[in-house]
Design a protein around this ligand. Structure first.
Ligand SMILES: *Cc1c(COP(=O)(O)O)cnc(C)c1O
Length: 224
């Protein structure tokens, strides 16, 4: 049952925050609805979860339209976004979690009709299969989009490899947090960079202990 799953996730969110003396409201639960239909998605919204994430353009657009009755939803796009699809999706979302290069930034700048809140995806683990900018190149990348008035860098995003140990997860999330804080300290008007999007079903507790402000949780909410 989704309500039972949500109760368990909320408990783990609160416990994880308590471990490091953080408040529950410092962390936004983003529900990843990519594997479920509109009915299950609506069930979760009825339980009070208003931040929803999708990772495929076509499925996202279809779901957003079908969910039209709920006006208070914030839509997050968390997937790799091909440049040719930017136009159809960028003005439909509230947060984009996967900005990973200048070509994509160019396309967003060209197609966006408002300022888009973006997370820069960082490949902290160095895994070849992962998208994202290497930690060493993030600050230079941010400098290079200083004049892009349609992009606001709200924070950094990362994913720990699925097979990493808990110690490794701590290390990856700690690295992202430190990078985020370094950028925040620059007080760049176009890159406040106050947020970190890190932690999924299997590692969000670790991410919260390391300072995550947005966690992206799918399986734990929708498992049967
Ligand atoms: C699918 C996905 C998630 C959620 O993963 P779960 O393990 O199901 O919680 C989070 N972030 C991204 C980028 C995803 O693609």
């Amino acid at each position: 049952m989704i309500s039972d799953n949500l109760r368990e996730v909320e408990q783990e969110l609160r416990d994880s925050c308590a471990l490091v003396s953080r408040q529950r409201d410092e962390v936004t639960l983003v529900a990843v609805t990519k594997t479920v239909d509109v009915e299950k998605t609506s069930e979760l919204v009825d339980l009070g979860v208003y931040h929803l994430a999708e990772n495929r353009v076509d499925k996202f657009l279809e779901k957003k339209e079908q969910m039209g009755d709920f006006s208070n939803i914030s839509w997050h796009f968390i997937g790799n976004l091909q440049r040719r699809k930017v136009k159809s999706v960028i003005n439909e979302i509230d947060f984009f979690h996967a900005l990973d290069g200048l070509k994509l930034a160019n396309e967003i700048q060209k197609r966006a009709e408002k300022t888009i809140r973006c997370f820069i995806e960082v490949n902290v683990s160095g895994e070849a299969s992962k998208h994202g900018i290497s930690p060493e190149e993030v600050e230079q990348f941010i400098d290079s989009i200083a004049t892009y008035d349609r992009i606001q860098v709200v924070g950094l995003m990362t994913m720990a490899p699925f097979d990493s140990t808990v110690e490794e997860q701590h290390q990856f999330f700690k690295t992202l947090k430190k990078l985020q804080e370094n950028i925040e300290a620059k007080n760049l008007p176009y890159a406040p960079c106050t947020e970190t999007s890190m932690g999924m079903s299997n590692d969000f507790s670790v991410a919260i202990q390391e300072g995550a402000t947005f966690v992206r949780v799918g399986t734990a909410l929708f498992k049967e």
